[in-house]
Design a binder for this molecule. Structure first.
Ligand SMILES: [Zn+2]
Length: 326
């Protein structure tokens, strides 16, 4: 260290000068700053080559988190694939059984707000994985919601179908195994017995003795039970719901009243010859949405193959034959 001296004229000798306080402080400050810089540099260099325990702990935690997210995503993908299988079955099997339109994939996946709500998370590299997992979870949640709604609908269709099975006309209005009863006129164009012109026959006819019981072809409610002046004579019209009606005409007696609840197979009246009719017979019509349809297509519950073939044969023979009944 450099020492400073001063000459003392009284003692005639050199005396050592003390270091001024300001200089001392400056020196200390420089030393401290140098120390700090040196230690910062050392820490920086050290951290470039070696990891601090805290950094190592956090890195390990990050890795574990990444593994957990990967696992979660994998489970979501599995769930999504099972859900897709369920959706396919719902569209192609359950909904098609009940003639319901399939739900398109665009509807099943729409309406969750997309990726917009996770923009901030997606912009952060550390949180991107979490955002993607959340987006995937939203997609699955939406699919599950739509699927559960679809199952609710299917359950309603199933209940309606059960009711529909009872209501839709599907038995013959007459006991065809009775030898006195026979099929006597088919649905379609034929010569009118009264006006001698070709007219459309809106139902089918069964001949037999007066008083032969006539049965309701399906469950429903009596809409009309009255004498019809238009030609049907004593007539019963049953509303089966689901767009279906059946008409039983030319009856000798009516056994039900307007508004009565009717079960399939219940006697609604007796065969007769009332109204515009030539000979005792039943005129039977099936209407769907107020349009008559061929009743032969609704004998699917109780008709044997022989009986069906007999009717088809009679229909062919009947096609050009002038009808004896209305
Ligand atoms: Zn007829």
């Amino acid at each position: 260290m450099v020492k400073h001296y001063t000459f003392n004229p009284h003692t005639l000798s050199y005396e050592t000068l003390g270091i001024p306080l300001r200089m001392r402080i400056c020196r200390i400050l420089v030393a401290v700053l140098l120390g700090c810089a040196l230690s910062t540099m050392t820490i920086y260099i050290f951290s470039c080559f070696f990891e601090t325990p805290r950094a190592a702990f956090m890195r390990q935690q990050n890795e574990e988190l990444q593994i957990k997210y990967d696992f979660l995503l994998q489970r979501f993908r599995q769930t999504d694939s099972e859900l897709n299988e369920l959706m396919h079955r719902d569209n192609m099997v359950y909904r098609s059984i009940f003639e319901a339109d399939p739900i398109p994939l665009s509807v099943r996946e729409s309406g969750m707000g997309g990726m917009g709500r996770y923009e901030k998370l997606l912009a952060d590299a550390q949180l991107e994985q979490m955002a993607r997992t959340l987006i995937f979870m939203d997609k699955i949640t939406k699919k599950v919601y739509v699927q559960s709604k679809s199952f609710d609908e299917v359950a309603v269709y199933a209940r309606e179908k059960e009711e529909m099975i009872f209501c839709i006309p599907s038995i013959q209005p007459i006991n065809l195994s009775d030898p006195k009863v026979h099929f006597s006129g088919g649905y379609g164009w034929r010569s009118d017995p009264f006006y001698k012109v070709r007219t459309f026959h809106h139902g089918i006819d069964f001949g037999g003795p007066v008083g032969t019981p006539i049965y309701a072809a399906g469950s429903g409610r009596v809409e009309k039970a009255e004498f019809n002046w238009g030609g049907y004579g004593n007539m019963v019209l049953i509303d089966h719901g689901f767009g279906y009606h059946t008409r039983y005409a030319h009856l000798s007696a009516i056994n039900v009243q307007k508004g009565d609840k009717i079960a399939r197979g219940q006697i609604v009246g007796l065969m007769g010859d009332t109204g515009r009719s030539r000979g005792t017979h039943l005129h039977y019509e099936v209407l769907f949405k107020n349009q008559d349809v061929n009743p032969i297509n609704f004998f699917n519950n109780d008709i044997s193959e022989d009986e069906y073939n007999k009717i088809i044969k009679a229909l062919k023979e009947d096609a050009n034959k002038p009808a004896m009944e209305y």
